[in-house]
Design a protein around this ligand. Structure first.
Ligand code: FPP
Ligand code: MG
Length: 304
């Protein structure tokens, strides 16, 4: 927080916050996965895990834990696991059998560097390790809360979450006239599910009440959908340099997106409305929820 002299109002400095949290998360990620044998697969896992990115999922998990009375220390293993899962989903998403992409986070995709076989196995390795990492490294938390987080992670990555969303996403290629309901289902599962779990897991580890978890779940559902709508918009409006990945892919794959269904301006309006609704859910938390409010705004204003 910085004080503005004129009005003596505390203004939350999101840029400094995100920068500081990203450094903290990246240090933890680097330490979470030391090199091992066979070296090739560890190198491949570390290549993608440490390739940068916004680190939004771990940052949300830490922010939610702190908001609900927990600490960074108790949530960091889960925060790392969320990034391991996100990273593995992108390694697999980029494979020739799926989106066949050459660039991710400004670097060559995993399979371009290590080959498809190792990329598949590196993804599998990261997924398995994410669960092990939470179970082994979470300290000073009720073991039942750790089990709840592990179950939630499983549900989030499986056919009821990311995998299910990805299946429909792949099937939707070449169907620009897909209905809005299916598109929203894809967005909620492919992207929204892990963002929601990021927020909820922090609160679970902190031992939060069901009532507060319900408010945070609504906040997270709204920012999750807004995030993917903005992703759809950026695919049209941003450059490859800004995104660190190929731009204009949705149009090429003839994919239905929010902009293709509603137009860019209406999609922006819908994303902003979702963020407004998300922020309403944080009303009871006062100043403490400023990081989550600022992150919600960042999601619609981001350029990458
Ligand atoms: C990127 O979407 C892809 C995802 C958000 C998730 C992909 C999910 C899978 C490959 C399933 C992974 C398996 C497990 C077990 C979790 P996009 O292609 O729209 O965005 P992009 O432009 O960044 O590639
Ligand atoms: Mg993709």
């Amino acid at each position: 927080m910085v004080q503005t002299e004129a009005e003596n109002i505390e203004v939350f400095d999101l840029n400094s916050y995100l920068k500081e949290r990203k450094i903290l998360v990246e240090k933890a990620l680097d330490e979470s996965l030391p090199m091992g044998k066979p070296e090739k697969v560890y190198e491949s896992m570390r290549y993608s895990l440490l390739a940068g990115g916004k680190r939004l999922r771990p940052i949300l998990c830490l922010a939610s834990a702190e908001l609900t009375g927990g600490t960074i220390e108790m949530a960091m293993p889960t925060a790392c696991a969320l990034e391991m899962i996100h990273t593995m989903s992108l390694i697999h998403d980029d494979l020739p059998a799926m989106d066949n992409d050459d660039y991710r986070r400004g670097k060559l995709t995993n399979h371009k560097v290590y080959g498809e076989d190792i990329a598949i196995l590196a993804g599998d390795g990261l997924l398995a390790y994410s669960f092990e990492f939470v179970a082994v490294n979470t300290k000073n938390v009720d073991p039942l809360a750790v089990i709840e987080v592990l179950a939630l992670l499983g549900q989030t990555v499986g056919a009821a979450g990311l995998v299910g969303g990805q299946v429909l996403d792949l099937e939707s290629e070449g169907k620009p006239d897909l209905d809005a309901e299916t598109l929203s289902f894809i967005h909620h599962h492919k992207t929204g599910a892990l963002l929601k779990t990021s927020v909820l897991s922090g609160a679970i580890l902190a031992g939060t009440s069901t009532k507060i978890k319900a408010k945070l779940a609504k906040y997270a559902e709204n920012i999750g959908l807004a995030f993917q709508i903005v992703d759809d918009i950026l695919d049209i409006t941003a450059t490859q340099e800004e995104l660190g990945k190929t731009a204009g892919k949705d149009l090429k794959a003839q994919k239905a997106t929010y902009p293709s269904l509603w137009g860019i301006d209406e999609s922006k309006r819908q994303a902003q409305e979702l963020v407004r609704e998300a922020i309403v859910e944080l009303a009871d938390f006062g100043q403490k929820a400023e990081p989550l409010r600022a992150i919600a705004h960042f999601i619609t204003n981001r350029k990458y």
